[in-house]
Write a protein that binds this ligand. Structure first.
Ligand SMILES: CCCCC/C=C\C/C=C\C/C=C\CCC(=O)SCCNC(=O)CCNC(=O)[C@H](O)C(C)(C)COP(=O)(O)OP(=O)(O)OC[C@H]1O[C@@H](n2cnc3c(N)ncnc32)[C@H](O)[C@@H]1OP(=O)(O)O
Ligand SMILES: Cc1cc2nc3c(=O)[nH]c(=O)nc-3n(C[C@H](O)[C@H](O)[C@H](O)COP(=O)(O)OP(=O)(O)OC[C@H]3O[C@@H](n4cnc5c(N)ncnc54)[C@H](O)[C@@H]3O)c2cc1C
Length: 627
């Protein structure tokens, strides 16, 4: 109810207005509105904040820069920079991606050369492709960057390290000497974020600005490794784990709320010619578009909770020096981020399209969500690259499964029990345990199939790296199959252990079965090819899905209402709780800047001569048409 937090209509603002408004609102929320324990905003408002603010600023400052100080800094460095960053007295970003490289980190070109005489690092972008490009909050907001650069001592390269680099004056906010920085311009979304470019030329920083939890450089230039260097990639793992809830589950839930509510209101066409027009939600085709996406919200939410818990447990182990869980966590977080962002972004577009013409209007609130979700397929690890990282781990585990009993998320690779499906009715295929087994078997076969193909190629003389490249699509499919079995399996377990009413558990179980069956029916080629299902059982799987659509239809609106988004959060004429779609759309359109005046003078000046000629002809004064 705080008017300072109410959203102005984003579609009627310029990019610069949105950038400025997001900054005002973010600072107001984090520094004025919310109680805090140290850095962490606390209290029920925090939940609201994560759901409410359509456009944050300082996403990277808060979500990446500060956690990196904690992950990569020594206690002294944390004591120095964390309080400043936590209180926004310095604004930072995570500057890793360059104009020429983002996925291939070993190709990054920015270098930090140690100057022993002055005990400083000299930072340089040796050529245009080395310029940092994309980091959020960097173009106009940040005055510091956590710069990921190649450490060089006496001509020897030591790989990517993190350096704290001040880029703007703390009084004037002007760029410092040797710093060229700015905004990279308009993007598909994130209009309020100043993703930036940063060109550094002979910028000097003290030796103490190398974040030294994992390695350090002594005054004489001696390089000391202090831990598992893979932990330098830890920030990316943490963001991948955390962004699923914030940037995939939440936006998809909003899109589904809008589309399902609108579909319950929008009447279009007839099912029974002798009856009245029906709400489009009565069309099975519409249910088939919307309800599996609603199910995805819940299943991705449950799986993400499990992944967050796994990351938390791993973090506690790392503090004790045990990094043994890192390979599995990296593979799972990379795979989950890639597969769920792919599903989420595709799902948001499916439900947008299901709203017809009004789904194409920004007044629906859907284009904002769809465009923003598309970015999740690219940032924090481009999806294909992430799926291949996941596949790399699966192939290794499949080899190990031949001699060891595996545990964790890959346990099923060493499960050699009979996994044939005996389903005789579509009801059998709605059973959670049957659906879990089917997904495990499909994943195991997909991993083994990709591995076997590569082994055969290598046996026939193909170099391993070429075999890997040529089988990439099979490897990506294996990664997807692995994640799907993880999502279905963790969701079934989560729901079975949930203490809730029987009616709620029934709905959640139906949604889980719908999610699993939709995945089977969308990938039935794999399930038949790997002998998981017969062709007849595939028919049953489709029947099972259609039956669930019918069962869930009566509760569809109630289910999305349970996400509990207010109208101010949704900012949607189609998804408002009162269902007054048409009045809201008309009111929204009238507020558009284009309608500030009845006549748009700037364009009228071009049109006026022709209109006057037409007027004269119609009033009998003009010459005949030239045509
Ligand atoms: C907190 C909430 C935030 C919410 C966000 C809100 C809104 C979103 C708004 C904006 C976006 C937010 C953030 C975006 C920020 C960014 O995009 S930051 C930049 C992200 N960039 C990347 O992710 C780069 C991806 N590339 C890589 O990670 C690496 O280049 C690679 C692809 C993994 C290749 O690594 P490389 O070392 O070159 O080679 P290799 O494949 O051989 O790997 C070597 C071994 O290292 C293991 N490994 C790789 N990565 C990790 C890791 N992260 N953790 C642990 N281990 C890792 C790999 O498995 C290999 O191990 P082996 O045992 O040898 O198999
Ligand atoms: C909204 C947004 C915010 C961002 N924020 C930040 C930030 O704050 N900080 C930061 O450092 N970066 C940020 N980034 C950059 C982002 O991390 C990179 O864009 C991302 O890692 C992808 O790298 P790339 O752009 O080099 O894509 P590329 O890797 O060049 O992708 C191009 C194509 O090449 C393919 N490809 C690449 N490598 C392989 C391979 N090994 N095998 C098969 N195919 C391959 C990809 O699949 C893709 O199809 C942001 C990006 C966006 C869009």
């Amino acid at each position: 109810n705080d008017t300072s937090m109410q959203h102005r209509n984003l579609n009627h603002m310029t990019r610069e207005e949105r950038f400025s408004e997001a900054m005002r609102r973010t600072l107001y929320a984090l520094k004025v509105l919310l109680p805090r324990e140290g850095w962490t905003p606390v209290g029920p408002e925090m939940k609201y904040l994560a759901r409410a603010i359509k456009e944050f600023t300082f996403i990277i400052h808060a979500g990446v820069f500060i956690p990196c100080i904690m992950s990569y800094g020594t206690n002294e460095q944390i004591a120095k920079w964390f309080p400043l960053a936590a209180d926004f007295r310095i604004i930072g970003t995570y500057a890793q991606t360059e104009l020429g490289h983002g996925s291939f980190l070993r190709g990054l070109e920015t270098i930090a050369t140690y100057d022993r005489a002055n005990q400083e690092f000299i930072i340089n972008c040796p050529k245009i492709t080395a310029m940092k490009w994309w980091p959020g909050d960097m173009g106009k907001s940040a005055n510091h960057v956590l710069l990921m650069a190649e450490l060089v001592i006496d001509g020897k390269k030591y790989g990517m390290h993190g350096f704290m680099v001040q880029i703007r004056d703390l009084t004037t906010h002007e760029p410092l000497p040797g710093v060229t920085v700015g905004d990279i311009g308009a993007k598909l979304s994130f209009e309020s974020v100043d993703n930036g470019f940063l060109y550094l030329q002979n910028v000097r920083i003290p030796r103490e600005n190398l974040l030294s939890k994992l390695s350090e450089v002594h005054p004489d230039g001696t390089y000391i490794k202090k831990g598992n260097q893979r932990l330098m990639y830890g920030s990316m793992v943490r963001v991948r784990v955390n962004l699923i809830a914030h940037e995939i589950v939440m936006p998809l839930a909003k899109a589904c709320t809008i589309a399902v509510r609108y579909s319950a209101v929008r009447r279009q066409g007839l099912i029974n010619p002798s009856k009245e027009e029906v709400p489009v939600l009565d069309y099975v085709a519409q249910q088939h578009k919307l309800l599996p996406q609603v199910a995805t919200v819940f299943m991705a939410h449950f799986a993400a909770k499990q992944l967050v818990k796994m990351h938390h447990d791993y973090s506690l182990e790392v503090e004790k020096g045990n990094t043994s869980q890192l390979p599995e966590l990296h593979a799972l977080s990379a795979g989950m981020k890639a597969c769920l962002s792919e599903q989420g972004a595709a799902g948001a577009e499916i439900v947008r399209r299901a709203c017809g013409g009004h789904g194409y209007s920004c007044g629906s609130g859907l284009p904002f969500i769809v465009n923003r979700m598309l970015a999740t397929c690219t940032y924090e690890g481009e999806n294909t690259v992430m799926q291949l990282q996941c596949a790399r781990y699966l192939i290794k585990c499949a080899d190990q499964a031949k001699k060891d009993k595996l545990t964790g998320s890959v346990w099923y690779l060493s499960d050699f029990s009979n996994m044939s499906c005996t389903a005789q009715t579509f009801g059998d295929l709605q059973e959670p345990s049957v659906l879990v087994k089917l997904h495990e078997r499909r994943a195991k076969c997909a991993v083994q199939h990709a591995g076997k193909k590569m082994q055969n190629m290598v046996k026939n003389g193909t170099p391993a790296h070429d075999a890997w490249n040529m089988m990439a699509t099979l490897l990506i499919n294996a990664a997807r199959a692995h994640i799907m079995q993880y999502v279905v399996g963790t969701s079934v377990t989560y729901i079975s252990e949930l203490s809730c009413s029987a009616s709620l558990k029934k709905i959640l179980t139906q949604l889980c079965a719908l999610y699993a069956l939709h995945n089977i029916n969308s990938n039935c080629g794999d399930f038949v090819k790997f002998g998981c299902l017969t062709s007849a059982q595939c028919d049953l799987a489709q029947e099972a899905e259609f039956n669930l659509l019918k069962q869930l239809r009566p509760d569809a609106v109630g289910i999305v209402d349970s996400f509990d988004f207010t109208d101010d959060i949704l900012q949607s004429c189609l998804g408002a709780y009162d269902g007054n779609v048409y009045e809201r759309l008309f009111e929204w359109a009238k507020q558009a800047p284009m309608n500030k005046t009845e006549v748009h003078q700037d364009s009228y000046q071009y049109l006026q001569p022709y209109l006057h000629e037409g007027r004269d002809v119609l009033e009998g004064r003009g010459r005949n048409s030239k045509l």
